[in-house]
Ligand binder design. Sequence first.
Ligand code: MN
Length: 258
Amino acid sequence: MSILSSFAEALVAGRIEVVDLTAPLSSETPVIQLPEQFAQTAPFELEEVSRYDDRGPAWYWNNFRTGEHTGTHFDAPNHWVTGRDGDDVASVPVQRMIAPAAVLDFSVQVAENPDFLLEVQHIREWEVEHGPLPEGGWLLYRTGWDARSASQQDFINADDTGPHTPGVSPECARWLGEEPSLIGMGVETVGTDAGAAHSFDPPFPCHAALMGSGKYGLTQLQNLAQLPPTGALIVAAPLPIVSGSGSPSRVLALVDRG
Ligand code: MN
C-alpha cells in the first residue's frame, strides 16, 4: 500500500486525529495593540451583502475586513524590515505549509510569570528529553495563553507599563533564527514576541530574527495541550495575498493516535 493510501485509511479510521489549532475569527478576536504613536491593525469585521432577502433572495454572503495579522495567522518574511526583500505571503513555498512540530510546554512557568521568556537553555533541556528539533519543522511554544483568547483584555494583559505576555529572550530569538532545522515558531499569544519586547534590544527580537532569516511565525494558536511533544504534523496554510505580509490561516495538527 502506498504511504498516502495508508495515511488516508488511518485518517478515515480515526487513528490519525485532526486537532484544530485555530481560534474562531470574529469581531471579538483579540488584536495586537501597539504604542499609540504607531498605526493600528484592524479587527475582523463582517459586512452582510445579502441574507435570503431583497438584496439576494436565495443566498447569504458577507464581505469581511481584517488585518493580515488578526487571529490565528501566519507571519511571512517580508512582515519585518529585516526580511523586507524576503518572500511575501503568496510566495511561501506550499511544501513548507505541511511540516512536523516540536511542542515545548512552559504553561506552568507562565502561570507564575506572564513575562516568562524562553531561553536557549530551555530548548536544550527539552532536546535532552525528546531528541533534536524536527528537520524542516516548527517549534510550537505552549504557554497556556490560549485560555485567555476569549477576552481582548486578558489576552493583551496590559497595565501602565505595557502588555505582559510571554515570549522569547533576545539571545534565544537569535538562536531560533540561526537554527537550521526550524522553518518557524508558533505561539499562543498575539505575536511571536513577548508583550514587553518593544523595549528589548533589539526591539521585537523574535520578529527580527525569524523574518530576517526567511522563517515564519504562527500566532494565536489554540489546543497545543492536545499535541504530543514530538510527532505532530502541522498544516498551516495562509491565503496567497499577493505582496501581503501575512494572513489569517487555518492551522491543523495531525496526531497519530494509533
Ligand atoms: Mn503577525
